[in-house]
Ligand binder design. Sequence first.
Ligand SMILES: [Zn+2]
Length: 368
Amino acid sequence: MACRIKKFAILFFMTFSFMVNAKYTIAIYTDQKDNKNANEYVELMQKTFPFNVYEIDYKIIGLEPKDLPCRVETDYKPGTAPSDPKTKVSESSVKCDQVALIKKTQEMHADQAMVIKTDTEFAGSGGDIAMITTATPVSALLHEFLHVLGFCDDYEYKAKDADIFCKDDGSVQNGVNAVIITPKDNYKGDSDARRLHWSAITWNKLIENRTPITNSNGSKLGTGDINKDLAPANNTNSFTILDDPIGLYKGKVCNNASKPIVVWHPGGKVSIMDNHTAGLGVAYEKLVMKILDSKGVKRKSNAPEKEDDDEVILVQPNKPAGKNQSYYGESNPPASDSSTKTYDQRNPFKVLGDLLKDAIYGNGSQSK
Ligand SMILES: [Zn+2]
């Protein structure tokens, strides 16, 4: 839930990353006997744009259940439905010993750990490691991986979760694909709204001049509301066509918070961060490419040509440390709550983008 919270790591790991990893390698740990879901996930990634135009290696690591340090936790009361197949919302989450898995991943010179745990519950979690159960469609693992990359949920949280994750200090529900902006009742046109809010929109470089961020003759904020159409799966080698223009679309994630918070997203269609049967949409495709580029992941020769603004590295708003997001209404706490040091250092693999950002924008003691 909410968005990925990153902590900074030390320079050593950047060197490590450059020296050892020619390619970006994803290690998928599973205790499923035939690795069926892991293979399905690799197939999904290898055909889904933009991941299919990057040099990414996948290593499936089959383990005995006792050797996979993960478990499924359920929050629901006995006798109630564990999950809602319509909304795909579950009360269960996958919890792993993240420190152990990241260490193992580091030892095999891989960059990103994922887990597919054998279990009958529909559940997943994001954070530093993307995790799902075997009862969960593998597209949900892509949703979790997008959390790892810094994306926030788009789906409407239940009230209890909304009150935890929707804070009006803007600290949690801001991410590469979401910003909290409290709209004024009335604007004096689009330029007025741009003047007031442009700098808050982290993806503003992707919004064309001709795309308004207001409606109703420039009086109301928003290119529009996110509509009911699902972003289609995109198995081509280029951006989704016939999508809504990238702009500022009113989301619903925090609608049920006791103090209403308005969260805005760049795309007009329902995305995989809302419904895992949906695709990414052009806005999220562009954002993913910027993030992968910033991590130094190599584009394949069939990738779209770099755009002028590709050198611009997205600035994520500052977020509090120690929070973590998961999918489907659960939190995924650090592997060892009592060991802050371990937690702070638990994710040495995906730091390149952060370090680049830090080099340009500085970090001080802030966390992202
Ligand atoms: Zn999620």
